[in-house]
Ligand binder design. Structure first.
Ligand code: FAD
Ligand code: NAI
Length: 475
């Protein structure tokens, strides 16, 4: 008789693979079913994040940043460089190697933790004291039985019917990570995180890049002051053209490219480009899991309904990551994965959703944790604000990038930190201290009294807390 697993995990992205590892560490017999296939038909663990998301995008961001730095960032140092050129094939091969290393790293971790990996597409057959899942692979079917199921099926790009993808001229993130040459003019539908990051890659390598964003406000989820500084720097320094209030209405392909029609405050407009990236958000992968058959509820947008412990409407079925509410971020998925594994093992972990960090890997980087100033205002919270500009940081000056600032928001009465918002050099790394501070319910005064090595960029966070307390030292 087929074995009954303690836990079956559907999906091996950063939600699913982390959940599976934690389950195995806790002594639970675990199987992880994952449907990911590379274009060559090979299976590959790691989901969106490792295959076509976080990792490849950061690899290309790094290559393109090095290229831009060599071209424009060294003159002030007295370093003269000639003949700088980009070999896109080599850059792509490097990126592919990084992806290969990362995904095979997950396969190694599965073997190490004795997690059974089943390639294939999974659907619910039944739920109860044990749950049955069908796994379809290469035309064959297998039934798996498990006491608990963790759904970590992730998300996919939202498709806009007016912009049908052809994988060549009109692409999503997958295609925009694979361009074999630098586009002349890359149009992007949606000035969100993917549009800005992948737009930055190809802009730095020489493409003209135009982003069309229907909203009037840039980066609606970020702190308004940070968003407005980001708009200034990304348009002025990176050279991205960002058209706000631009509502696309359709497109037509021509021999040489794509023409996009859109309207803005000035009326009807058109954008001609040779490649188009559609990056207008992502939708959960939940439509083909047979969830209705087993009465697992989804909301109107297809996200599986869960409580704050990731429990679905069926007691021993949990759902985590991009297929449930909350930010679509790899570390949020992993956090939920660990917590659910521990709950299944009888522990009582909590995920602190108020301290999930966000980073946008543009140059300069944008990062935040906690509440925005506009959210505090809307909630009527009385707060203090401290701002420190990197212009006044010796380390930022030495680096040659002193753009941006750190902003802290602290409760007026208790001094507790409520939000930290950063834009500037390497702020993705500086953010970690702010996350620790929020997790430990630190006051601005706590950070202000901690010695920070000099000269480091990290001094900027301390200076911002000093500013919130009304006693800045360096500005
Ligand atoms: P996924 O990573 O989407 O994994 C789900 C897995 O489940 C996939 O392998 C899928 O094939 C499989 N699956 C789905 N349905 C089934 C089924 N029925 N049976 C079997 N298997 C199934 N986030 C960050 O935090 N930082 C970043 O820098 C970042 N950069 C990104 C860049 C890009 C271009 C993109 C697209 C996303 C980026 N993200 C980033 C978001 C991040 O990738 C996701 O939040 C994260 O991958 C979600 O993890 P997940 O485990 O929920 O789902
Ligand atoms: P997004 O939500 O960040 O941005 C989508 C943008 O498209 C929005 O500005 C939206 O207003 C716009 N839009 C929506 N409908 C549109 C339409 N019909 N026409 C034109 N524009 C339209 O989504 P994006 O960039 O697709 O990324 C998906 C998710 O992936 C993000 O929400 C993020 O969570 C994750 N991600 C995270 C990264 C990171 O952490 N650094 C990097 C890349 C992606």
């Amino acid at each position: 008789m087929a074995e009954t697993y303690d836990v079956a995990v559907i999906g091996a992205g950063p939600g699913g693979y982390v959940a599976a590892i934690r389950c195995a560490q806790l002594g639970l017999r675990t199987v992880c079913i994952d449907a990911w296939q590379r274009p060559d038909g090979q299976t590959s663990l790691g989901g969106t994040c490792l295959n076509v998301g976080c990792i490849p995008s950061k690899a290309l961001l790094e290559s393109s940043e090095q290229f831009a730095h060599l071209q424009h960032g060294l003159t002030a140092h007295g370093i003269r460089v000639q003949g700088v050129a980009i070999d896109v094939a080599t850059m792509q091969a490097r990126k592919n190697k990084i992806v290969e290393k990362s995904t095979s790293g997950i396969a190694f971790l599965f073997r190490k933790n004795k997690i059974e990996h089943k390639p294939g597409y999974s659907r619910f057959v039944s739920v109860g004291a044990t749950c049955q899942l069908d796994v379809e692979h290469d035309g064959g079917h297998e039934t798996i039985t498990a006491r608990s199921v963790i759904i970590a099926s992730g998300s996919m790009p939202a498709s806009l019917p007016m912009f049908p993808l052809d994988g060549e001229r009109v692409v999503d993130n997958v295609g925009a990570l694979e361009f074999r040459e630098v586009p002349k003019h890359l149009g992007i539908v949606g000035a969100g995180v993917i549009g800005l990051e992948l737009g930055s890659v190809w802009r730095r390598l020489g493409a003209e890049v135009t982003l069309l964003e229907p909203h009037e406000r840039f980066l609606g989820m970020a702190d308004e002051q940070v968003a407005s500084e980001a708009y200034k720097l990304l348009t002025r320094d990176t050279g991205l053209v960002i058209r706000l209030g631009a509502k696309p209405s359709g497109m037509k392909t021509t021999a040489s490219g794509v023409i996009i029609n859109y309207s803005d405050a000035q009326g009807s407009q058109r954008l001609e480009c040779d490649r188009l990236l559609v990056a207008a958000g992502r939708v959960p992968n939940t439509h083909d899991l047979n969830l209705d058959v087993v009465k697992i509820s989804c909301d109107a947008r297809g996200f599986i309904e869960v409580d704050d412990r990731c429990r679905t409407t069926v007691p021993n079925v949990y759902a985590i990551g991009d297929c449930v509410r909350g930010p679509m971020l790899a570390h949020k998925a992993s956090e939920e994965g660990m917590a659910v594994a521990e709950r299944i093992a009888g522990q009582m972990p909590e995920v602190n959703y108020a301290a999930i960090p966000s980073v946008i890997y543009t140059a300069p980087e944008i990062a935040w944790v906690g509440q925005t100033e506009q959210a505090l205002k809307a909630a009527g919270t009385v707060y203090r604000k401290g701002l420190f500009w990197f212009m006044a940081s010796g380390r930022a000056q030495a680096l040659g990038d002193s753009r941006g600032f750190v902003k802290v928001l602290a409760d007026e009465k208790t001094d507790r930190l409520l939000g930290v918002h950063l834009i500037g050099p390497q702020v993705s790394e500086l953010l970690a201290e702010a996350v620790v501070a929020l997790e430990f319910a630190a006051a601005a005064e706590d950070i202000a009294r901690i010695s920070h090595a000099h000269p480091t960029l990290s001094e900027a966070l301390r200076e911002a807390t000093l500013a919130a307390l009304g006693r800045p030292l360096h500005q």
